[in-house]
Ligand binder design. Structure first.
Ligand code: BES
Ligand code: MN
Ligand code: MN
Length: 463
């Protein structure tokens, strides 16, 4: 029996304890966006720090201008061992609307599903469940051998879901502590389906902005003033309504500057995956393919930029009527970017776009919450090869190479500040309801993910 096989056997024998550590972590409502949960964010950081310390890591909770970061280092067995840097996030998205949850978001609930047991909770898969997979793989190696098979460093941050605004400067300020690693290992993306593992080869970037339109000095009677005074909601929606044309093209000037068409090879590879947009949309109660005309479904999700209004407010939305012209209105707008687009140009372009479409009396106030470029992940590295090999061993079929429509903002900083590539080996499913009510993670995905991580460590130790 190889060492890796012994570790895998230990993972299976101690599975319940790993599941329990995952569930206990999920009980902490570490919502990074909401200041009232700051203490919970710290508690979630302390939880991970304690786990790492118990595995022989030199672990610490470190301060930033925002939520703290967990860092840890383990020298491994010494000698020629590889140095792997694991990254994940302990923060979660807000859980609302709470009334749509079938069990409370921070009381993890185990339920039977078509793939066996699943755990419902905010953060079940994104990202506490996925981080716990590699923490538990570390534990199995530690218990089996008394050390780690490779040299390991760890960063678990608390602001991924708000754009890593304070974590990026932390990485830059602590460059020398982390830039000696060979690769960054991340589990914060998805599989192709429950039986087919995947490695993600791209991430979309993002610009996320608030825009507030202010008009009169107070709210107004809509009978007394309607027809004469500027209405901020009308003006804001008039401008926002022009963001996309009927062909699904984003109309911000210069938006597509630098965007490259995918290669024929890429297009063929994605076609061969046999993606059904009908099923993808059918699962969420939709029928019509929406988005940029003349582009493939996966191309639109993985290789084309887009723009979505994520929130909008203003005026009265309580029961019955209130005849009022609000003094201001606002919206949250996200731009998903692909490699080649310049986030600063998108910010400037959006400001100019809005300014050109509102009346003189409208005062626009913009806030930029986060920005990052779209990224390509090199696939010819030995680490991607190693990950593909262990995933094939674990699942009995090859891993597929996919793009990822989501964003992990700090991955760009890892490239620029640390000079390190990332390996995106994720175990989520499309129906995990990330960021939605009833987020869940399949126990089988958690288990195979843990075993895949244990295999990866064993394989990289051997080289
Ligand atoms: N884990 C996700 C990224 C992701 C999303 C991977 C969908 C695979 C599929 C990550 O936690 C996330 O949600 N990122 C945010 C970043 C944003 C707040 C800057 C995102 O993509 O919206
Ligand atoms: Mn995530
Ligand atoms: Mn997320």
């Amino acid at each position: 029996m190889s060492l890796t096989d012994q570790v895998l056997a230990r993972i299976d024998a101690t599975f319940d304890a790993a599941q329990q550590r995952w569930i206990d972590w999920l009980r902490i409502p570490s919502i990074s966006a909401q200041p009232k949960h700051a203490a919970d964010c710290r508690a979630a950081a302390e939880y991970a720090c304690k786990e790492l310390a118990s595995l022989g890591f030199d672990a610490a909770v470190r301060e930033t201008a925002g939520h703290p970061v967990v860092t840890a280092h383990h020298p491994g067995p010494g000698g020629a061992a590889r140095h792997l840097l694991y990254y994940g996030h302990y923060d979660v998205q807000p859980a609302d609307p709470l009334e749509l949850w079938t069990s409370p978001p921070f009381e993890p609930t185990i339920v039977d599903g078509p793939h066996g047991k699943r755990v419902y909770a905010r953060g079940a898969v994104d990202d506490k469940g996925q981080v716990q997979m590699w923490l538990s793989a570390f534990r199995a190696w530690f218990e089996e051998t008394g050390t780690m098979p490779c040299r390991i460093s760890v960063m678990i941050e608390g602001e991924e879901e708000t754009g890593s605004v304070n974590f990026k400067p932390f990485v830059e300020a602590n460059r020398a502590e982390f830039n000696q690693a060979d690769i960054i290992v991340i589990s914060d993306t998805g599989m192709w389906d429950v039986n087919t593992p995947a490695i993600s080869t791209s991430l979309r970037g993002m610009v996320y902005m608030d825009v507030i339109l202010k008009a009169a000095s107070r709210d107004l009677h809509s009978g007394m003033y309607g027809g004469s005074a500027l209405n901020p909601i009308n003006a804001l929606t008039h401008a926002l309504g022009q963001l996309k044309n009927a062909e699904g093209r984003v109309m911000v000037p210069g938006y597509y500057d630098g965007v490259r068409d995918i290669s024929t090879r890429q297009s063929n590879q994605w076609s061969a995956l046999g993606f059904s947009e009908d099923k993808f949309l059918g699962d969420i109660g939709l029928t019509e393919h929406y988005g940029e005309k003349g582009r493939g479904a996966l191309e639109r999700l993985w290789a084309r930029p887009t723009c979505d209004i994520c929130g909008i407010w203003g005026g009265y939305s309580g029961p019955g009527t209130k005849t009022v012209i609000a003094s201001e209105a606002g919206a949250k707008v996200s731009f998903r970017l692909v490699p080649g687009q310049d986030p600063n140009a998108v910010i400037a372009g959006f400001k100019a776009f809005m300014q050109a479409r509102v009346p003189t009396d409208a005062k626009l106030v913009f806030t930029v919450h986060g920005q990052g470029q779209g990224l390509e992940i090199p696939v010819d590295s030995p680490f991607v090869q190693a990950a593909a090999a262990v995933l094939e061993q674990e699942y009995g079929k090859p891993a597929v190479m996919t793009g990822c429509g989501g964003s992990i903002p700090v991955v760009e900083t890892f490239q620029t500040a640390l000079g390190l590539d990332s390996l995106l080996m994720g175990f989520g499913l499309d129906d995990d309801q990330v960021h939605s009510p009833n987020e869940k993670f399949e126990v089988t995905c958690f288990r195979h993910g843990m075993r895949s991580h244990a295999r990866l460590l064993g394989r990289l130790a051997a080289k």
